[in-house]
Ligand binder design. Structure first.
Ligand SMILES: NC(=O)c1ccc[n+]([C@@H]2O[C@H](COP(=O)([O-])OP(=O)(O)OC[C@H]3O[C@@H](n4cnc5c(N)ncnc54)[C@H](O)[C@@H]3O)[C@@H](O)[C@H]2O)c1
Length: 257
């Protein structure tokens, strides 16, 4: 039996936790070999070890700051040395900082743009360079519903994820024009039950209470729901899908317009 991404080589940034971790598990579960990149070495190594125990040589880990240009150069070398090519890149690493336009400091603004937007820019640049050498691939940028809707309490986060969405369109258009056979799509989750969102809830409120499993009108989904979208975009099933913004929000966005 072959998997949906059998023998594809994938790189997932921020792959040690939350959505990235679920994407790594989904890709490995469908036959890919995955390079997990994360600043959190303990969690990233532990995940790679666990997957290798369960499935043979399915994963490896590299400690990587996704906002660092030098770090991306090291990742490109690691991909070439360990695997020889790249088929799937998931630019997922990101941070969340709260603040309206009146509350956000310039430091926080810069931090959000550095970790969320610079990382996608550097990742796409390296991804295109690697994939065009090996005949094409799929780049998946994890943006957010915050790129599409106004979230009053998250001015800097909205802007940083808006940059990812705009970049995604430009990369998709460029690769198509150059006939690289590289697709580039963005995913836009709303609330996902991960350490990031749990940390943003006030103490005493359990966000698990708001999942779509408990109430279909609620928008909080699970990391596996986003991973299912990423798996589709990584696989050849989506070979005609390019430059899209795929919302994973249980329809919250259409309810708000
Ligand atoms: N959780 C949500 O509700 C939600 C909604 C929309 C979009 N997103 C986006 O999904 C992505 C994953 O978020 P999550 O909820 O899984 O968060 P998370 O905090 O659970 O995981 C984020 C991972 O990224 C890593 N990371 C952080 N900064 C990094 C850096 N500079 N370099 C490399 N790795 C870094 C962390 O170590 C962690 O492993 C983020 O881009 C986030 O903005 C999340």
């Amino acid at each position: 039996m072959t998997g949906r991404v059998q023998d594809k080589i994938a790189l997932v940034t921020g792959g040690a936790s939350g959505i990235g971790r679920a994407i790594v598990q989904a890709l490995v579960g469908e036959g890919a070999r995955v390079l997990i990149a994360d600043i959190n070495a303990d969690a990233g190594r532990a995940l790679a070890d666990q997957l290798n125990e369960e499935r043979g040589a399915a994963a490896s880990f590299i400690q990587h700051d996704a906002s660092s240009e030098a770090g991306w150069n090291e990742v490109a070398v690691a991909v070439r040395e360990r695997y020889g090519r790249l088929d799937v890149l998931v630019n997922n690493a990101g941070i969340l900082l709260k603040g309206s336009i009146e509350e956000t400091s310039l430091d926080d603004w810069h931090k959000l743009l550095r970790v969320n937007s610079d990382s996608a820019f550097l990742g796409c640049r390296v991804g295109v360079a690697l994939m065009k050498d090996s005949g094409g691939g799929s780049i998946i940028n994890v943006s957010s519903i915050a790129a599409l809707a106004g979230k009053d309490d998250y001015a800097g986060y909205c802007a940083s994820k808006g940059a990812v969405a705009a970049l995604n369109r430009a990369v998709a258009a460029h690769c198509r024009k150059q006939k690289y056979r590289i697709r580039c799509n963005s995913i836009h989750p709303d609330g996902v039950l991960t350490p990031m969102t749990v940390a943003s809830y006030p103490p005493g409120i359990d966000p698990a209470r708001f999942t779509i499993d408990s109430d279909p009108m609620n928008r909080m989904c699970l990391p596996e729901d986003v991973a299912a979208a990423a798996l589709y975009l990584a696989s050849d099933e989506s070979r005609a899908i390019n430059g899209i913004e795929l919302r994973v929000d249980s329809g919250q966005f259409v309810m708000s317009i």
